[in-house]
Design a protein around this ligand. Sequence first.
Ligand SMILES: [Zn+2]
Ligand SMILES: [Zn+2]
Length: 389
Amino acid sequence: MSTKDYLEKDYYKTLGVTKGASADEIKKSYRKLARKYHPDANEGDAKAEARFKEISEAYTVLSDDKRRKEYDDARSLFGSGVRMPGSSGSGGGYGFDLGDLFGGSSGSAGGRLGDLLGGVFGNRGGTTTSQQARPRRGADVETETTLPFSDAIDGVTVSLRLTGEGPCKVCKGTGAKAGTVPKVCPTCEGTGQGSRNLGNFAFSEPCRTCRGRGLVVDDPCAECSGSGRAMSTRTIQARIPAGVGDGQRIKIAGKGASGERGGPPGDLYVRVHVQPHPHGVFTRSGSNLLVTIPLTFPEAALGAEIKVPSHRGMPVSLRIPAGTPNGRTFRVRGKGVRRKDGTYGDLLVTVNVQVPQELGDKARDALENFRNATAGPDPRAEVLRQANG
Ligand SMILES: [Zn+2]
Ligand SMILES: [Zn+2]
């Protein structure tokens, strides 16, 4: 049975039942008619034979719940008893079907009809009209920005230039020349769907006339050649939160590509690169700020109260205890980088004990006195012994 049969033939009438007939009523009526027109009981009667075939065909469809529903759906869409154009009369062969009649870009409403039938008959191979017309969320967009060391710590608002495909500015996305408007595609009547025929079924595919847009343009916009789309650059302001780290990706919701057919925009992802501190004073380790400061030998040996730099603020005091070795790290709490939860990391101060490069006479005397005062066993005796053991 082809789609044409579904529209042309009234199987209920053939079986002498009403449209709302139960499965039982259909069965009963079929048995009665089948007995009456069975070829065995009507030898040589071509009319009876043809009638018997019609009855069998009707019963095949109406006795199968799924096929009966397809049949009902098709007829409720297009009315019953439709005579399809080109039909050669009742009965006859299956030489063509709706796909042939309406497929391609024949200029009639066929694309749409074919698509509807494709859906009615359970063909989900193609994109259905409803899927095609659904609002679509815009794409996510990725970009990069490079921040000075301090801005990454404090947070900053940056201007980002984004290049992407968007509506053509000249025609505002219509694709039509100024003063004209696009018109509904005559091939698909605006659905954007065409159909391709495979056997008895019409598969839907984007309309070839309008390429699925549903609209056609007589006078195309010169800027975008009628596509309505153009590469454009937009600048957006994006807030980069305090404490962002090098290589981190910041999500800025709703700043991606705009949606289609009223869909929401996508998100923007900004990959952040952080420049080193301009003078190399600070480095970062997560939410901690690291700084290395010079310490004189007397400060290390005797202890001292010193000032160390902090990020964007007054220097902070740090007490160096007597006998501090070179390379020791001190922690100044809360003077690091702001974390997501609003707390702050620490400032980690590493001391670098200086050895005097040039000595005045006085300093030399003092150091020689110091040497004499601290003379004792060879400090390398232990390591020398261990090296040979
Ligand atoms: Zn344009
Ligand atoms: Zn079209």
